[in-house]
Design a protein around this ligand. Structure first.
Ligand SMILES: NC(=O)c1ccc[n+]([C@@H]2O[C@H](COP(=O)([O-])OP(=O)(O)OC[C@H]3O[C@@H](n4cnc5c(N)ncnc54)[C@H](O)[C@@H]3O)[C@@H](O)[C@H]2O)c1
Length: 356
């Protein structure tokens, strides 16, 4: 692949974050943006000086001289658009979740192999400074063997958009578990060293979304879209991992609780523990470390610099394409998360523990 790498972004919502990332990289030329929401596409294209815009993704893929694309579309479109892009010879960075189900995700991974193209996934929160610090700390051996973890992403009133594709089973594949749980599941599995999940016991609830009250919506405003609310607004799961460790996972869009828009992971190790607690996307004072020092329980709070996010993922994608750098976060990571999430929905439907 030669420099500059010419990229297209498909979808103008979180796609804007991808454009922001690409615009900071000197070896990248932003070539095009596609989206159906004309006003937003126009505004975003002007901000990042995108030379060409399209409505349909098919037109962007047919445009000459585009080497790589970001797929930033509703979840139901991840499979068809990613496969179409790979077939057209593009490398792809797809937004999370990889797809609505593991079956769809597997088809994407296989298409990338068949067409010999790079497929990576945007697990942007993994590249936060605090998550990377905890990863390094774990790799130093300081926690010993991690035998238990708790991971959560809980919102008090944060349904993304009532009436939109987000709340529709067919369009999204699921609710907060697919939307937020996938991020924190990714962080937990990454920090624990990618243990294989063996079994899951889970449940889901839809207590607020179906009532359609706008005070449960993230933006507190009625959407013009009219998709029926068909997904959960809380999911809770107990995941058994190879080697005996377990993981408790929670994800909500709406709860009567102290949560704002909070996520975190607590890791319990034989030699130490770590708590990552991010309230309302803060980067300050998010990590606490627990050890026994000379017989006394001791807590420390490292000062960690803010970094990461979409910029980091986009940079890694470009380095993978141009320099052959490791393809991480990989589509396979996304597929393993999808397999666990599929098992969660299966367990919730059947009312008992299921194998992953
Ligand atoms: N990593 C993160 O932090 C993060 C944050 C938000 C969203 N996401 C993910 O990004 C994806 C998109 O979410 P969003 O919040 O941007 O949604 P959104 O609804 O705000 O935007 C979707 C975009 O897709 C476009 N689109 C839909 N159908 C299209 C088509 N046929 N051809 C061309 N464009 C089309 C829409 O016009 C719009 O520009 C989802 O998979 C979501 O899970 C990730």
């Amino acid at each position: 692949m030669t420099v500059p790498l010419r990229v297209g972004v498909i979808g103008a919502g979180v796609g804007e974050m991808h454009l922001a990332g690409y615009s900071k990289l000197p070896r990248v030329e932003i070539a095009a943006l596609a989206g159906l929401d004309d006003d937003r596409v126009r505004r975003v294209a002007a901000e990042y000086r995108v030379p060409q815009t399209f409505r349909e993704y098919t037109d962007l893929l047919a445009a000459p001289n585009i080497d790589a694309v970001s797929v930033c579309l509703p979840n139901a479109l991840h499979l068809p658009v990613t496969v179409a892009a790979l077939k057209a010879g593009k490398h792809v960075l797809v937004e999370k979740p990889l797809a609505r189900t593991a079956i769809e995700g597997r088809a994407m991974v296989e298409a990338a192999r068949a067409h010999d193209r790079i497929l990576m996934i945007s697990f942007n929160h993994r590249y936060r400074g605090d998550v990377q610090w905890v990863k390094q700390y774990i790799e130093s051996g300081a926690l010993g063997r991690i035998y238990y973890a708790k991971a959560h992403w809980m919102r008090r009133a944060g349904i993304p958009r009532l009436g939109s594709w987000f709340v529709n089973k067919e369009q999204a594949g699921g609710g907060p578990l697919v939307d937020l749980g996938v991020h924190i599941l990714d962080i937990a599995m990454y920090l624990m060293g990618e243990p294989r999940a063996t079994a899951v016991s889970a449940n889901t609830y839809a207590e607020f979304g179906p009532r359609g009250q706008k005070n449960w919506d993230m933006r507190n405003e009625a959407s013009t879209e009219r998709m029926p609310y068909e997904v959960e607004d809380l999911a809770t799961a107990f995941v058994r991992l190879e080697g005996g460790a377990t993981l408790l996972l929670e994800a909500s869009w709406a709860t009567h609780s102290t949560a704002g828009d909070d996520f975190g992971v607590t890791l319990y190790g034989t030699e130490g523990g770590v708590e990552l607690m991010v309230r309302n996307y803060t980067h300050e004072n998010t990590v606490r470390v627990f050890h026994d020092v000379a017989g006394a329980p001791t807590d420390t709070a490292p000062k960690i610099r803010k970094q990461g996010g979409h910029d980091a993922v986009v940079e890694r994608f470009v380095a993978a394409v141009l320099d052959g750098a490791p393809q991480v976060p990989s589509a396979e990571d996304g597929l393993r998360r999808a397999e666990i999430i599929d098992a969660c929905y299966r367990s919730a439907a059947e009312g008992h523990e299921v194998a992953v």
